[in-house]
Write a protein that binds this ligand. Structure first.
Ligand SMILES: NC(=O)c1ccc[n+]([C@@H]2O[C@H](COP(=O)([O-])OP(=O)(O)OC[C@H]3O[C@@H](n4cnc5c(N)ncnc54)[C@H](O)[C@@H]3O)[C@@H](O)[C@H]2O)c1
Length: 457
């Protein structure tokens, strides 16, 4: 290797990563690079991060990056300067609070107690244009994930992009293509893949500990916000909020505070209700346990859906139940259940359930059962952001790469297509290889959505 003094910082990252991959390929050396090259002793070799979207989830993810000395958050970006009005009344979020958090974090580590190095942006394209930024977080609403990912790939950034990875199946396909062409590291924010309890449940299912898998029930919590009913009136756009840039590729629509921060997930123009919000986790658990990360179901059917009165701002179904069948005969039912997120797996010899409500099994002994020497453990990650950073260095594959995010989101989108079409007793036939419905043109038309210019994928 050349003397690192001769290399730019980004070249150095590449060379070090390639060296580790070569080592791993040569003889199973650990994929994760060891400390001396990275971390607090060599600040200039840190992975520089720009955080795009610093709202409810984005500010939390940003703090997780701050917890890692291998990363340095150098920029924050949000179309909202600062406000209350996120998920919880006491959350004061936006780009200015995010910048303050970052600067205070690094200031506390300096002898001088001073730090002002975190830059602030309203337009994410300026973050992508910065050559000194290695990685970005994409934690804007779902209708932005596709565009931001494709543009980040073109700008050569590594990406941590929140779930549901895509707004539509077509956008997911474009994201997969862009990530693979650009050879960037991409972690979907499906952090249940870094939860030991989830991994354990999926390992038990994969290794036949409940016998032959027959049925999966995935749970999605109820809507936790109501929104204004029919006849709602537009509101003035708050000062410091770039509403045009919030809407971006979505259709022009009058401003209302319940349209945007956090609550966008209950409106189909920007998201898919709880089927994509919570379902992105629950259905991801199902995909992982089945080992179907490169495919999907062959059938989907609406069982039940409830909506708010026509004319309400929130148009996503409030309670839903849909059924899918996989090629191996396994049936999956995704249903609304209180505030739960999780999945129950039923087999010929037992049952395992995991999720926010806890871990349950039948027989109970499965709770502590060890995997045997012939069993196959799943990819082990106990820290989703840490795993992403490790993979940037090693050039390895993270625990939730773009294909995983795409197929888990697709499962949610298929359910939503059935829910929105509202054809009760019609079984929609899905070809997971071609990613097309084979018996319904209306359903195929819903695989994509128009984008408002100038935004294109
Ligand atoms: N992994 C998880 O468990 C988890 C939890 C919550 C949210 N999420 C996901 O995170 C994403 C954001 O959800 P949230 O709850 O944080 O919503 P939020 O509204 O609280 O935050 C989104 C932020 O993005 C900003 N934004 C919108 N358009 C932007 C743009 N063009 N450029 C820069 N910033 C922009 C908004 O102003 C807002 O501050 C969603 O996709 C959601 O599904 C994931």
């Amino acid at each position: 290797m050349k003397n690192t003094k001769d290399l730019s910082r980004r070249q150095f990252l590449k060379v070090a990563g390639a060296a580790v991959s070569a080592l791993a390929a040569a003889g199973g050396a650990p994929l994760i690079i060891s400390t001396p090259l990275w971390g607090a002793s060599a600040p200039s070799n840190r992975i520089t991060v720009g955080c795009i979207g610093t709202g409810n989830q984005g500010s939390g993810i940003m703090k997780k990056f701050l917890d890692h000395d291998t990363a340095q958050v150098v920029a924050v970006c949000d179309v909202n300067r600062a406000s209350f009005g996120y998920r919880d009344d006491n959350q004061f979020l936006g780009r200015e609070p995010a910048q303050k958090t970052v600067n205070e974090h690094y200031a506390a580590k300096k002898a001088s107690g001073q730090y002002r190095g975190c830059d602030i942006y309203t337009d994410f394209r300026e973050v992508l244009a910065r050559k000194d930024i290695d990685a970005v977080t994409i934690v804007a609403p779902d209708h932005w994930h596709g565009i931001m990912t494709v543009m980040a790939c073109k700008a050569g950034k590594e990406m941590y992009c929140e779930k549901p990875m895509s707004l539509t199946i077509a956008q997911g396909q474009a994201m997969v293509k862009a990530v693979r062409q650009s050879k960037r590291v991409f972690q979907t924010g499906s952090h249940e893949r870094s939860n030991p309890q989830t991994r354990r449940a999926c390992e038990l299912v994969r290794n036949g500990k409940i016998g032959q898998l027959k049925k999966i029930t995935t749970f999605v919590g109820k809507h936790n916000k109501v929104g204004p009913g029919p006849g709602w009136q537009p509101m003035p756009v708050p000062e410091g909020f770039d509403y045009e840039m919030w809407l971006g590729p979505a259709a022009q629509a009058p401003y209302h505070q319940d349209r945007c921060l956090y609550r966008f997930r209950f409106i189909y123009d920007y998201s898919g209700g709880q089927i994509t919000n919570y379902g992105a986790h629950s259905n991801d658990m199902a995909q992982w346990a089945m080992g179907t990360d490169d495919t999907g179901p062959i059938e989907v059917e609406l069982l039940e859906a409830k909506f708010l009165p026509k004319g309400s701002l929130f148009d996503a179904a409030t309670e839903t139940r849909f059924r899918c069948k996989y090629a191996n005969g396994v049936e999956l039912v995704c249903e609304t259940e209180k505030s739960n997120v999780g999945a129950r797996f039923e087999g010929t010899e037992g049952m395992v359930q995991t999720g926010y409500a806890g871990f349950f099994s039948n027989p109970e002994s499965l709770k502590t059962a060890e995997l045997g020497p012939n069993d196959k453990p799943l990819y082990r990650s106990d820290d989703h952001v840490g795993n992403f950073l490790d993979c940037i260095k090693s050039r390895g594959e993270p625990v939730a790469p773009v294909e995983v995010g795409h197929r888990s989101s697709s499962l949610c989108h298929l359910g939503n297509i059935a829910v929105r079409l509202g054809k009760q007793n019609k079984v929609l036939k899905w070809d997971p290889a071609r990613e097309r419905f084979t018996n319904d043109d209306e359903a195929n038309a819903m695989l994509t959505r128009p984008m408002r210019g100038p935004w294109v994928l």
